[in-house]
Structure formats: C-alpha cells, structure tokens
Design a protein around this ligand. Structure first.
Ligand SMILES: Cc1cc2nc3c(=O)[nH]c(=O)nc-3n(C[C@H](O)[C@H](O)[C@H](O)COP(=O)(O)O)c2cc1C
Length: 182
C-alpha cells in the first residue's frame, strides 16, 4: 500500500486558475523572480525538479498560461520534454535553502528529495511537493528553443548566453491551482 498523500489530505484546496489571485495580492514578479519556484515533471517511476526564477503567467491563445524557461543542460528538461504536464510549486520562506539546493545541484548527481526533505506528491498525472503552499498544474501547449538571431536587443544574448545554452521556452495551460488553506 502506498503512503502517498493527496492534495486534499495535505490541506490543499483546488481553485480555478483565474482565482489564483484570490487574496488580491499575487505578484508574479515577486512570486517567481524573488521567491522562486520549483519546476517539476515526471511521476512515481521517475521525476525531477529544479529551481526557477524566470517565467511568466498570463493569457495566450484564449487560455490562462504559465511560461517556464529551461536551459538544455538541465536534467529536469528531459522530464518536461517527455511529459504532457508539469507543475510549478511555490513555498513558504522557510524552504529557501531547499530551493537553493535544487537550484545548485543536478538530479543526475544528487537525490534532491532525500537531501532537502521535500516530499514528492504524485497527482494529476504529474509531480509536486507536499510542503508547497501553492501548486500550479500545467499542460504543455508550445515549446520553442530561443535563437540568437531572434534577439532584438543583442545585449541579452551577450549577457546571458556566453555558452550558447539557449533556454527552451514552454508555454503551458494552467489547468488547476492548489493552495493550502490559511
Ligand atoms: C534562484 C535560481 C533560479 C534559477 N532559475 C532557472 C531558470 O529559470 N531556468 C533554468 O534553466 N535554470 C534555472 N536555475 C538553475 C537550475 O535550477 C539548476 O541548474 C539546477 O541544478 C538544475 O537541476 P537539474 O539538472 O536537476 O534539472 C536557477 C537556479 C537558481 C538558484
């Protein structure tokens, strides 16, 4: 028998994507850029996660979407590429060091769950974390590798891609938002 817990058992409430901002204080610049998130894909048979502080939330093709940007060398990219779904998990400040770990080491070399204490939560055909405060379940719609010739400001290319490891940009529909009651 599996000990796996469900979103419901862990105190999460499922909300419609457009209610993400139920308290009127969602600020994606802070949420993604300053607080960071874990991008996770896979399932019980294999998953990986990495810290990300680049990404967006908005509207595209008539859908609520989230965008993640993943460099080619990330192990997580293999899981995101294989899967139809991925999650974005957001945590209370006390997990900052766990997120720093997941952003420093690769799942190829280290067991991120064992070393951080983060517990994977397998649900909705994908993987998130028990300790998250907010989980956004995403379904991939579009993936494109950034190209140097597409920069209209070439200084971004020079500054961020000295190794030519251009991000792949994933635009994904936000299917559900799970938030812990507080
Ligand atoms: C604060 C922070 C933000 C990061 N943001 C991104 C990002 O948006 N995209 C990306 O490809 N890597 C980002 N990284 C780097 C990856 O998290 C890091 O390379 C990680 O070790 C990859 O793990 P993996 O190989 O197990 O996928 C970030 C790292 C940190 C610490």
């Amino acid at each position: 028998m599996s000990n796996a817990k469900t979103f419901d058992q862990l105190g999460f409430t499922k909300t419609a994507p457009d209610e993400l901002d139920r308290d009127g204080n969602i600020n994606p610049f802070k949420m993604i850029g300053k607080d960071w998130m874990l991008v996770t894909a896979g399932n019980e048979s294999g998953w990986n996660t990495m810290t990300a502080s680049w990404g967006f939330m908005g509207v595209m093709w008539g859908k609520n979407v989230a965008v993640a940007a993943i460099r080619p060398q990330r192990y997580t990219k293999e899981f995101v590429d294989k899967a139809e779904y991925f999650t974005l998990s957001f945590f209370p400040e006390e997990y900052r060091s766990a997120l720093a770990f997941c952003g420093k080491y690769s799942g190829r070399d280290r067991d991120k769950a064992a070393e951080t204490g983060l517990v994977p939560l397998f649900a909705e055909n994908t993987t998130a974390f028990e300790q998250a405060e907010t989980v956004i379940v995403c379904r991939k719609l579009y993936a494109q590798d950034m190209k140097p010739e597409c920069f209209t400001d070439v200084s971004c290319d020079g500054q961020w891609y000295p190794n030519k490891d251009y991000h792949t940009v994933y635009v994904a529909e936000i299917l559900a938002v799970y938030r812990k009651k507080h």
